[in-house]
Write a protein that binds this ligand. Structure first.
Ligand SMILES: NC(=O)c1ccc[n+]([C@@H]2O[C@H](COP(=O)([O-])OP(=O)(O)OC[C@H]3O[C@@H](n4cnc5c(N)ncnc54)[C@H](OP(=O)(O)O)[C@@H]3O)[C@@H](O)[C@H]2O)c1
Length: 271
């Protein structure tokens, strides 16, 4: 796969008002890309758009709740109407849930799947007709998680949404082979964003900040993920990991459930 010059390329990002999505928008602008920003909080999107413009690139902010198909259509339309094209879609919006499996209701499960899984599907499917209509195709990016590969106590529902995203992406990648539309899955490890505070708020638990079970070696800034995403846009790869150690350990944990339980039990005990 050749390396792309990103100048003038257009990316649409969901969950662009904070964290990984925001950092990726800024990193894409630094690489010469124009961006379409989607999220529910327009005041936050306006700040990200300003940061992009200060880097000399164009930004369009679209109010987008990924649960609504029409909002995803507005996001993609924002790219086509403003720039005449869309080169990359990044389905990144998502949240966590801090709750035991036993205490997780069907309503909890449906809500988190609506945002993390169905939201991703809406975003990606909406971009596909545009990609297919362009000679240059397009690139699908999906923000999953290292928790698509292994699990933590109290994060089973979240991990299930991330595993579901990854499986769909893997099928899609093979289905689109030869169509000029690569599909890449991003597997961040613990990343310093609003994620854990939002998750605690949604879950009604009295804790905030990065979980104690995450050793500092495995905690990264959002900019680290963003740089890896831009590298992947330049030269598409199937999966993006920002920690080779976590990737390797996760691989072994998939093969050996006893090893999974040993490692996770040891870490989670510190939480
Ligand atoms: N932080 C981590 O440790 C970590 C690790 C692995 C994977 N991830 C994944 O990375 C992605 C980004 O998370 P983050 O860490 O950057 O968290 P974050 O700082 O909380 O950002 C989440 C983003 O998603 C948006 N969002 C949430 N629900 C939405 C909805 N229904 N419609 C549209 N946008 C919505 C939020 O914007 P609004 O509230 O303005 O809508 C925000 O921009 C998520 O998919 C998450 O699962 C995070």
């Amino acid at each position: 796969m050749s390396t792309h010059d990103l100048t003038g390329r257009v990316i649409a990002i969901t969950g662009a008002s904070a964290g990984i999505g925001k950092a990726t928008a800024i990193e894409c602008a630094k690489a010469g890309m124009d961006v379409v920003l989607g999220a529910r909080r327009m005041d936050k999107l306006a700040e990200v758009a300003d940061a992009v413009r200060q880097l000399g690139r164009q930004a369009v902010a679209v109010e987008c709740d990924v649960v609504n198909i029409e909002d995803n259509e507005k996001l993609v339309k924002g790219a086509v109407d403003t720039f005449g094209k869309l080169d990359v879609i990044m389905a990144n919006a998502g949240h966590g849930l801090n709750r035991t499996v036993e205490a997780t209701s069907d309503a909890d499960l449906r809500e988190i799947f609506e945002v993390n899984f169905f939201g991703t599907m809406h975003t990606v499917r909406t971009a596909m007709p545009v990609f297919r209509s362009q000679e240059t195709g397009g690139h699908v990016l999906i923000t999953s998680s290292c928790l698509s590969r292994f699990s933590l106590p109290r994060h089973g529902a979240y991990g299930a949404t991330k595993a579901a995203q990854t499986q769909m992406a893997r099928s899609m990648r093979l289905e689109l082979e030869g169509d000029g539309i690569p599909v890449s899955v991003i597997h961040p490890i613990t990343t310093v964003t609003e994620f854990f505070d939002v998750s605690a708020q949604i879950s009604g638990v009295d804790r905030s900040g990065i979980p104690k079970h995450a050793p500092s070696l495995f905690v990264q800034p959002a900019e680290r993920v963003a740089r890896a995403v831009v590298k992947c846009i330049r030269k598409p790869v199937p999966e993006v990991w920002t920690s080779h150690i976590v990737r390797t350990v996760a691989g072994v944990m998939v093969m050996a459930p006893w090893f999974h339980d040993l490692v996770v039990r040891k870490q989670a005990a510190h939480d």
